[in-house]
Design a protein around this ligand. Structure first.
Ligand SMILES: Cc1cc2nc3c(=O)[nH]c(=O)nc-3n(C[C@H](O)[C@H](O)[C@H](O)COP(=O)(O)OP(=O)(O)OC[C@H]3O[C@@H](n4cnc5c(N)ncnc54)[C@H](O)[C@@H]3O)c2cc1C
Length: 479
């Protein structure tokens, strides 16, 4: 048996990490990407003479998957840490500081929330009762918003969880699945009676650390593709997967998704690229996976095609540094806008303040974000209107009315999968049905949750699955 051939479809961060892992395990890997560049939602732009990320801009350095990957790539010492500095929340009326100890899933400390005066006395009194609320049942999935409503009351959800977690996902926290988008929270709730008491028991920890690189996140993409075992094919969209049962490699049927039993050894062809593959990872949007799988494994079409998405857009804007730096509206790392404000602007990140590698003597770079599920304004507005509407919202929030000297618009159609209540169970069903195609793995933000940390875990899992299957198939042929 020659070296197993593996195709990884989709050259975003998930596909690239999967490919790197498999190449490191000694397989010949072909990376197949539809677009003319790699990185997907990770994209570093040359903007105002700086390496500015217009897609993902921060690595959340929580362990273990991402730090392990950076170590393996020799990038750990290159990481540039975000400057400390809080964000502010804008509700369309007032700009208020985000209290310390409040994260995407609500407060872990109550006193800073009390002092911030973000909440009404009634809302505060309700939130303070969290330790007295009985243990939550998290056995069955529920929305993260409903879960936190019950623990802290709706004000915490509307004033913190919506602008933090909801904005991150471009979605509605009262629809997003607790188990899919906040598994840590679900675990805490299952292990402890109270989230506040659990956080107190965990102690310390400090604010989360975020990283980037002097050359932007392109450094990560470059390091991942720099492997002799990976050949890259860009501008190569894959449209279908054809399953070719080859022969049985042993007596038993394949017993699980890992393919560890000696089941049928399958080979795959991909429409769009010549070759026969012993293993395939699909790391593309869910609707694309649905179509690719339709000819061979059509029964998973609906579940994958039905996953809703949000289209988002980012606008990079460079302002004259001297006019912005000391302006009172810009004295934080950025601002988050509640969905109830009804504004197009979802978040503004003051990149020059946040990142040491984006310091520039003349420019102050701000990143404006827009786009939520079921809100189609981003798709309807042309670039000029998008920029002017976002700048108007920024001016209303900060009181700064100056114009940028340079702007750049990036659109991310359908980029943010909405993993809503019931998603984990539906996905488990899809994966179960895919067990009849050993060596075929589904990965990426579209199915396993957005963010580079989740993508790293998802890629590790896909690579391990293919590796285990191919090791087994090889062992079976040798024996
Ligand atoms: C504006 C924005 C800001 C974000 N900020 C952060 C952040 O700060 N930190 C963070 O951790 N995460 C952030 N995220 C989320 C994070 O970027 C994504 O979750 C992650 O990059 C998704 O990676 P992926 O490889 O799973 O998917 P993608 O990046 O979407 O990659 C999928 C790839 O598949 C390719 N493809 C599609 N169809 C085909 C086909 N038929 N054949 C072959 N290839 C195909 C696409 O061209 C694409 O390259 C952000 C996302 C956006 C959009």
């Amino acid at each position: 048996m020659g070296k197993p051939q593996v195709a990884v479809v989709g050259g975003g961060i998930t596909g690239l990490i999967t490919a790197h892992r498999l190449a490191g395990a000694g397989f010949d890997v072909t990376m197949v990407e539809a677009g003319d560049r790699l990185g997907g939602q990770v994209r570093t732009e040359d903007f105002a003479g700086l390496p500015v990320d217009s897609g993902a801009e921060a690595l959340h350095l929580a362990g273990p998957h991402l730090p392990e990957l950076l170590d393996r790539l020799g990038l750990s010492d290159e990481v540039v840490r975000a400057r400390s500095g809080s964000a502010r929340i804008w509700d369309g009326q007032r700009l208020r500081p985000l209290p310390a100890g409040v994260g995407p899933t609500g407060p872990t400390r109550l006193m800073p929330v009390v002092r911030s005066r973000v909440m009404s006395p009634r809302g505060l009194a309700r939130a303070a009762m969290e330790p007295l609320v009985g243990r939550s049942d998290v056995e069955s999935d529920q929305s993260v918003g409903a879960f936190l409503d019950r623990r802290f009351g709706s004000e915490v959800v509307d004033r913190f969880v919506d602008p933090l977690l909801g904005n991150l996902h471009g979605g509605d926290v009262r629809r997003l699945s607790l188990q899919a988008v906040a598994p840590f929270l679900a675990q805490q709730a299952s292990d402890h009676r109270s989230l506040i008491l659990a956080a107190r028991a965990r102690k310390g920890g400090g604010p989360p650390a975020f990283g980037n690189f002097n050359g932007g996140l392109a450094s990560l993409i470059d390091a991942l593709t720099d492997h002799p075992g990976i050949s890259i094919r860009v501008s190569t969209p894959v449209s279908a997967l054809v399953v070719e049962p080859e022969r049985r490699t042993g007596g038993d049927r394949t017993s699980d998704r890992g393919g560890v039993g000696r089941g049928p050894r399958m080979r795959y062809r991909l429409e769009g690229i010549d070759g026969v593959w012993d293993g395939v990872a699909l790391a593309v949007p869910a609707s694309v996976s649905a179509r690719i799988l339709a000819p061979g494994v059509g029964e998973v079409f609906e579940e994958l095609d039905d996953i809703p998405t949000a289209s988002v857009a980012t606008v990079l804007a460079a302002f004259p540094r001297s006019t912005v730096e000391d302006h009172p509206g810009f004295q934080a790392n950025g601002l988050l806008v509640t969905s109830r404000a009804g504004r197009l602007l979802k978040a503004a990140t003051f990149l020059t303040r946040k990142w040491p590698h984006l310091d520039h003597p003349d420019h102050f770079v701000v990143r404006l974000s827009a786009g939520r599920a079921r809100d189609h304004r981003v798709e309807q507005l042309d670039d000029d209107d998008l920029v002017s509407r976002l700048l108007a919202d920024l001016a209303a929030a900060t009181g700064y009315h100056g114009s940028p000297t340079l702007t750049l618009v990036r659109r991310w159609p359908g980029a943010m999968a909405q993993l809503e209540v019931g998603h984990p169970e539906r996905l488990a069903g899809v994966r179960q049905r895919l067990t009849r195609c050993p060596g075929l793995a589904l990965a990426g933000a579209a199915v396993d949750g957005l963010g580079i940390v989740s993508c790293t875990a998802s890629a590790d899992r896909a690579a391990a699955l293919i590796e285990a299957h191919l090791a087994d198939a090889r062992g079976a042929l040798v024996s």
